[in-house]
Each structure stands twice: as structure tokens, then as C-alpha cells.
Ligand binder design. Sequence first.
Ligand code: FDA
Length: 338
Amino acid sequence: MTQKRISLFPFLIGLLALLVVTYQYGESWARSILLYLSQAQWAKNLATRSPLAWRVAGRFIAGETINDAITTAQQLNAKGMHVTLDYLGEHVSKASEAVEARDRILELLEKIHETGIDATVSIKLSQIGMHIDHELMRQNAAALLQCAQKYNNRIRLDMEESSTVDTTLDLYHTLRFQQGFENVGVVIQSYLYRSPEDVQRLIEEGASVRLCKGAYKEPPEVAYPDKADTDAGFVKLTQMMLSEEARQNGVYLGVATHDEKMVQAAVDYVTDQQIPSNAFEFQMLFGIRRDMQEALVDQGYQVRVYVPFGTAWYPYFVRRLAERPANLWFFISNLWRR
Ligand code: FDA
């Protein structure tokens, strides 16, 4: 890392304040603050200039370069895991940056093909032009899918804030049904009230879907404020997309969670319904619950690890802290290590 070392002091004060908030007011307060910080430019500037922050972020991120990502993917493949690679970046505001991101991802697709690793690619539409021009975004996405198709590879459109769900699903439909890309997949978030309806349509269309709980700060008008409802929704949507009807239509489900209860609910359902283990996959993030990733592979299930890489790691990293504010202890303890 070439960033300048900055003082440890403001970090420590900020982190300790967050820990106090966590223990005084509960995790949901700390989560809200962290989700705010994940979007705050001043916090991003502070953190990304610090080698200390990178040292902790490195637990969740494969590295800065395509070669780092390929090496990590090779290590995971050797353990029997599939991979999806994510070139970090989001909320791009200049067309030149969106085109630059597209070119890096094209390079990534070439490198995956060249090295023969078992890896698909995940992209964020806000990285390739969603907030600049929808036509630019569509062209960039089509160029990526074209390249992936040439190499028999697949691309999944990550899901971002609730305000972008319609744009994302509309683009998915355009790419798949108007442009004929069968190698495109989407993501559904179980915290959104609208998701059962979206899933019903995706089942009728035989889509490739990653189901996750949802990682953004959403108002109670659009998303369940209570985790219990998000979890119940997750189980219900898992069963909908693993149903006989869904599988016959061609639905392929990625059950994306580190929650043992969600994983067990999926295992119970597929065991009960005698659904073969190649009809779906579990998906987890790089650096989180490696023990469970390995245990599932040992039990004969397919596991795909989402591996992010690149220099734009700040918002991704802070969302990971927000999911588990206890990670702040890990952050602080690492600051003391040499
Ligand atoms: P939950 O948050 O309830 O955590 C359950 C347990 O998992 C915790 O008790 C802890 O043990 C462990 N855990 C979870 N998060 C952790 C963390 N950060 N650090 C350490 N341990 C942790 N979201 C989104 O909005 N759009 C998207 O496109 C995606 N894509 C995506 C891909 C993949 C492969 C995964 C696994 C997740 C996503 N997500 C996502 C993120 C998702 O919405 C969600 O925020 C996280 O997965 C955390 O939720 P869990 O299901 O793990 O459960």
C-alpha cells in the first residue's frame, strides 16, 4: 500500500465510541451508524489513507489486483469451492470511470479464461453507469455479458439500495429477454416487502437467483425493521425457489448467508424434498465463516465464495462491519499488532 500513514488517534476514538454505542444502545444503533459511515465521503477519505484500516479490511478482501483475486480463487478451488469475483467499486459518477470499470472487468473475464479457474463474476450496476446514464449502463453490461458468453461464463447483477431494484430487474429482463443473454443472474433481498412478488416472476421465468438478506440501510416503508421477519422471509423464499415448479422452470438458487439457521433450514428442506445437491448452491463471502464453508463442502454441498478485490474496498468493508458490530473488536485488536 502506498497510502500515507495517518494518526491512529481519530480512528481509536471513533471505534471506541462505536463500541460504547453498541453496548449502551444495542447493535442496531451501531449498525445504523456504520451503514451511514459506509456512504460518507469524509470517512472514506480518512479510512482509505490508512494502512491500518487496510490491514483489517484485508480479512474480507483478496487484495488490490486481478492477480491477487486469481490466486485466492485458485486456493478456494483447490478446497473444492466455486468462486465469484467482484471488482470492487460502486456509485461511480463519471462516464469515464464506468468505462474504466467495464474494461477492468473485461480484463478479469479474460484472465479467468486464460487461467482456467472456476469463477463467475459479480457486478454492481452503480459501478458501470447506473447513476449516470441507463443506456451507458446497458451497453457496459451487454459488453460484459458478451465477453462472458464467449468464454462460457456467467455474470450476476448484485442488488444495491431499494431505490435501484426496479432499474436492476428491468435491466436483467432487457438483457435476458431482449438481448438473449442466458448467462445473466440477479439477486433478491429477503428484507424487502416486495421480494415474494419479484421471486414469483423470477420463478415463472426460470431465473438464476442469489438470495441474501440485504445489506443496506432501508426505511421501514420498504424493508422489515425486525431481523426475525427478514429471516422468516429468507426461509420462505428459499423454499419457493427450491420448489419442484421453480426447478422445472430452470431456476437455479444461490442460498447466500452465513446464518447457521438459514443454512440448516435449506438443508432440512432439500433433505425432506430429496432435492439433489447439484440443483442449488450455498454462497458465502470471502473471510466469513470459513469453517462452515468447508463443512458444507465436506457434506457434499456446492459452495461458492464471493471474493472481492480492488482498491475501492471502503464501502464493502464497512458494510461487513455493520453486519456484525462485534467485528469492531477484531478491528481494534489488529491495530495493536505489528
Ligand atoms: P446474519 O447477518 O444474520 O449473520 C448470521 C451470522 O453470520 C452471524 O451471527 C455471524 O456469525 C456471521 N456473519 C454475518 N456477517 C458477518 C460479518 N460481516 N462478519 C463476520 N461474521 C458475520 N447484500 C445485498 O444487499 N446485495 C447483494 O448483492 C449481496 N450479495 C451477497 C453475496 C453473498 C455471497 C453473500 C453471502 C452475501 C451478500 N450480501 C448482499 C450480503 C447479505 O445481504 C447480508 O448482509 C450478509 O450476508 C449478512 O447476513 P447473513 O445472511 O450472513 O446473516
